[in-house]
Design a protein around this ligand. Structure first.
Ligand code: 13P
Ligand code: SF4
Length: 304
């Protein structure tokens, strides 16, 4: 890959600062191309925990940078645009969760990683879209409260005998995808399997040949015999899919599947962050320690 002058400048600053650049699968192509690693939210945080680098430049949204800060308190975590938030993470607060917990005693809280550190700190265990079913089934109780994503909870309910109470949150990008849009795309591309993210609505998931997290989509497409795919998640991942599978074609069922927060960070923002060593994402120690427990419990759940 030939890097532009600005991308080379980013790489020089990364070396100067002994930093590593992590980019989520939804990030713009020019950021993904200059990254040390691209991946899903949890995979990137785990990479952050493993790295020898002193500084982590997290190109994603705020909750992802916070998760890196939870896992690596000894490292400096930079989020080049501190205002890169997440609609879903903002649908729940720690006080609101505490109130709901009081109504559901003896019910463990399974918290999607798309949440703030303060909310994770109030939770029993975290989950991602890749391991939600496994996490819920690993618990001894007969009922759980899943938050903040209603759609991920309803998806999980399909694969567990436990009662899943859910929070009324969602990702506005995935929740807006309609059956009609998917059916129209399927009509134009009849041979293409529809791969959906579990943040989509249940009636949309009913149309899916495959349901996967972003990293699950990447590994599924690599080994699939088909040459065309309809991708039911944020459009940024199509850049990664096309890079990794140049002989395959990818279609988005809706032009609205773009997360504005995931597109905020530019190469100029990355350069400014590296020069100024700001904005830094930190988590107060009392919250970090409790949030870490919920993350570590998830990491301890055995793989199938
Ligand atoms: P993944 O954890 O599957 O990468 O999803 C993150 C996200 O923000 C989905 O909208
Ligand atoms: Fe949050 Fe949705 Fe954007 Fe993912 S796509 S970061 S869940 S708003």
């Amino acid at each position: 890959m030939v890097l532009s002058a600005r991308q080379r400048e980013v790489r020089e600053w990364l070396a100067e600062r002994q930093a590593i650049l992590l980019a989520h699968n939804y990030q713009p192509g020019e950021i993904q191309d200059v990254a040390d690693l691209t991946g899903d939210s949890l995979g990137l945080s785990q990479a952050a925990a493993r790295t020898e680098a002193r500084v982590i430049v997290f190109c994603g949204v705020h909750f992802m940078a916070e998760t890196a800060a939870i896992l690596c308190p000894d490292k400096t975590v930079l989020l080049p645009r501190i205002d890169a938030g997440c609609y879903m993470a903002d649908t729940i607060t720690a006080p609101a969760l505490r109130a709901r917990k009081a109504e559901l005693p003896e019910t463990p809280v399974v918290m999607y990683v798309n949440s703030s550190a303060a909310v994770k700190a109030e939770s029993d265990i975290c989950c991602t879209s890749a391991n939600a079913v496994r996490v819920v089934n690993s618990l001894s109780q007969d009922q759980v409260l899943m938050a903040p994503d209603r759609n991920l909870a309803l998806y999980t309910q399909r694969y567990t005998s436990k009662k899943v109470f859910y929070w009324e949150g969602c990702c506005n990008i995935h929740d807006a995808l309609s059956r009609e849009e998917v059916l129209a795309c399927k009509a134009v591309h009849p041979g293409a399997p529809f791969i959906a993210h579990p943040e989509c609505r249940p009636e949309v998931l009913d149309l899916a040949e495959v349901i996967r997290s972003t990293s699950g989509m990447l590994s599924y497409v690599k080994q699939a015999p088909q040459s065309e795919f309809i991708i039911g998640t944020e459009k940024g991942i199509i850049y990664t899919l096309a890079q990794e599978n140049p002989d395959k074609r990818f279609y988005s069922p809706s032009d609205r599947m773009l997360c504005p927060d995931m597109k905020k960070i530019s190469l100029a923002d990355v350069l400014t962050a590296l020069r100024d060593m700001a904005p830094v994402v930190t988590v107060p120690e009392d919250i970090r320690v409790r949030a870490l427990q919920a993350v570590n419990r998830m990491l301890a759940v055995p793989r199938d």
